[in-house]
Design a protein around this ligand. Sequence first.
Ligand SMILES: C[C@@]1(CC(=O)O)c2cc3[nH]c(cc4nc(cc5[nH]c(cc(n2)[C@H]1CCC(=O)O)[C@@](C)(CC(=O)O)[C@@H]5CCC(=O)O)C(CC(=O)O)=C4CCC(=O)O)c(CCC(=O)O)c3CC(=O)O
Ligand SMILES: NC(=O)C1=CN([C@@H]2O[C@H](COP(=O)(O)OP(=O)(O)OC[C@H]3O[C@@H](n4cnc5c(N)ncnc54)[C@H](O)[C@@H]3O)[C@@H](O)[C@H]2O)C=CC1
Length: 290
Amino acid sequence: MAENKTVGGGSLLIAWQLKGKKVLIVGGGEVGAQRIDSLLTTDAHIDLVSPSAGLHPRSKGFLEKYPSRITHIDQEFAFIDGRQTTTAFIDVGTYDMVLTALDDNALSRQIVEVCRAIRVPVNAADIPELCDFYFGGQVRDGPLQIMISTNGNGPRIAALIKDRVKNALTGKEGDALTKVGILRTKLKERAPGVGGDVGRRRMRWMSKLCEQWSLEDFALLNEEAMDQLLDEGWEHNAVPLPVQVVGKRKIGGILEAITTDWVRSLPSFTSFLAGIGFAHIVFRLYQARK
Ligand SMILES: C[C@@]1(CC(=O)O)c2cc3[nH]c(cc4nc(cc5[nH]c(cc(n2)[C@H]1CCC(=O)O)[C@@](C)(CC(=O)O)[C@@H]5CCC(=O)O)C(CC(=O)O)=C4CCC(=O)O)c(CCC(=O)O)c3CC(=O)O
Ligand SMILES: NC(=O)C1=CN([C@@H]2O[C@H](COP(=O)(O)OP(=O)(O)OC[C@H]3O[C@@H](n4cnc5c(N)ncnc54)[C@H](O)[C@@H]3O)[C@@H](O)[C@H]2O)C=CC1
């Protein structure tokens, strides 16, 4: 991979928090359905402006399944001489985000202009140069969220790279992260306060723990084991071995924890054996020459 020398030309990768906020989607076709799918994950409230006749079956399915999370405004968005002519006036300024997914480029452009004028963040599926942000390929497993963006260069390639990233994961990441999230909450309850000495100590301890434990170890944690980890680890400024914590829970746990430790040490053990074998051959050759 080439060294990252980018000092411009990219976009900001952020995890936008939309819980409890309002998002307007105009157009409920194939792309609109994809947008609804992405937004449901965020716990935003969605208003969908799109005539019933043009709804994609997936959009219809979402409307039926999540009536309290999506409001369907069954009408066409339209402007005449720059003025909105919709039956029910849609006040774009009341939304935290606007998305257009229309098969009408001119209308899409007009909606973007209205949003831009009042600085409401907007994405138009058909006009990359006017978007405030782009969507990307997504890999999700519980709290883990990976976005693959090609910055508008190759959307289909983003989807293909997404499949490669998915295949590179173990499937334990989501579970492990959920457990780490609970553990961090417990730790903050035990040692409250923002910043300062306690904040620094908390961060140091969590970083060490994350470096020394594997994702599989974290995935084995339950609440009882978390409390034990905090009692024996945090309170003594130490990082216990996974087997000391998750291994004590049940026999299966011990075996699993020991196995993972053992499997991790396998490569160094194999090199050790190979080293002995090689030394033996060299010694034999030396003897044979004598
Ligand atoms: C700029 C961007 C704006 C935005 O939509 O945010 C944008 C724009 C456009 N896409 C177009 C076409 C296609 N888009 C897809 C698919 C996806 N497009 C997505 C994002 C983005 N698309 C943003 C940039 C993302 C980036 O570069 O990383 C993905 C990743 C995420 C998502 O949409 O949720 C999702 C895959 C998700 C998944 O499968 O996981 C496919 C393939 C398919 O459908 O299978 C095709 C056909 C093949 C191709 O063109 O590659 C066209 C019409 C081009 C034309 O007319 O020729 C435009 C407009 C233009 O380029 O002018
Ligand atoms: N960003 C992306 O990932 C992609 C973008 N595109 C582009 O996105 C656009 C949308 O594509 P699709 O969803 O496949 O089109 P589509 O034809 O399936 O959906 C368009 C939707 O807009 C609705 N609509 C039309 N006029 C309307 C109005 N005045 N008010 C409200 N709703 C209205 C239709 O009823 C329909 O539900 C196209 O311009 C396409 O080029 C296409 C593929 C991928």
